[in-house]
Design a protein around this ligand. Structure first.
Ligand code: NDP
Length: 244
């Protein structure tokens, strides 16, 4: 255990992919960890059995549901000290073909969720004068990506949200930081067409995709007391693909 104080962390989309890596890294750091998932009930419970990480079902795009579920988590654990806003989806399409629903879904799940979840924990963090908000954006929020006007807009929005929040929390011991992953091997990237993924790989100076732990380890560091002077920062973890 690297931290001296055991805290409670909530990771949205924490049962698989980058979220699962983050949840496991926070558990290894000695924290209570809760993973939020949306639909894969069996997978989530298998994850709980395998790791010991508690799981809660919650649609982060619904404010009232977040209030209820985060309230239940706080009731069980006492506080929520670390929040990792990781849940995200893609609904790719060129803008000239994009349906309104594709736009709406991506903005709602990726960006509106930041408000829906963070609003539930921010007062407690400010009152206790300790908190960590870690938001998962994307390389494509930094540089834009064809076929992803919706996703790039949402992910860029997360960076602005985090910088504003960092200013509000700075004198209350609440830090807020963003991680912008490049292409990491998860189900999200696994669903991409192999030839597109291969073209992307060729554009990564390190010559390979990242691993979920590349993100999880940074999450655990930012959540630790060691990261107390880091706030409003944007971390690119992308094998050199985009040096922002
Ligand atoms: P995955 O598609 O593998 O996992 C997504 C997770 O989010 C799942 O746990 C899923 O739950 C959960 N989720 C989806 N919608 C909701 C919702 N409305 N409410 C609650 N939970 C939800 O994603 P990755 O691990 O690949 O990506 C994680 C984050 O990192 C995302 O924000 C993504 O945009 C970002 N990212 C990923 C990159 C990559 O290369 N993988 C690159 C850059 C950014 P369930 O299992 O129940 O479906």
């Amino acid at each position: 255990m690297s931290d001296t104080i055991k805290r409670t962390a909530v990771v949205t989309g924490g049962n698989r992919g980058l979220g699962a890596a983050s949840a496991k890294a926070l558990l290894a750091a000695g924290h209570n960890v809760v993973a939020i998932y949306i639909g894969r009930v069996d997978d989530a419970h298998a994850f709980k059995k395998e790791t010991g990480i508690d799981v809660y079902k919650c649609d982060v795009s619904h404010f009232a549901e977040c209030r209820e579920v985060f309230g239940a988590i706080e009731k069980k654990y006492g506080t929520i000290d670390i929040l990792v806003n990781n849940a995200g989806i893609t609904r790719d399409s060129f803008l000239h073909k994009m349906e309104h629903k594709q736009w709406e879904d991506v903005i709602t799940v990726n960006l509106n969720s930041q408000f829906n979840t963070t609003r539930q924990v921010i007062n407690g963090m400010r009152e206790r004068k300790w908190g960590r908000i870690i938001n998962i954006s994307s390389i494509n929020g930094q540089k834009g990506q064809f076929g992803q006007t919706n996703y790039s807009a949402a992910k860029a929005g997360i960076i602005g949200f985090t910088k504003a929040l960092a200013q509000e929390g700075a004198n209350k011991g609440v830090t807020a930081n963003v991680i912008c992953p490049g292409y990491i091997m998860t189900e999200m990237t696994g669903a991409m067409q192999p030839e597109i993924l291969e073209a992307i790989r060729q554009g990564i100076p390190m010559g390979h995709l990242g691993e979920p732990n590349d993100i999880g380890d940074m999450v655990a560091y930012l959540a630790s007391d060691k990261a107390k002077f880091i706030t409003g920062a944007t971390f690119s973890i992308n094998g050199g693909q985009h040096m922002a």
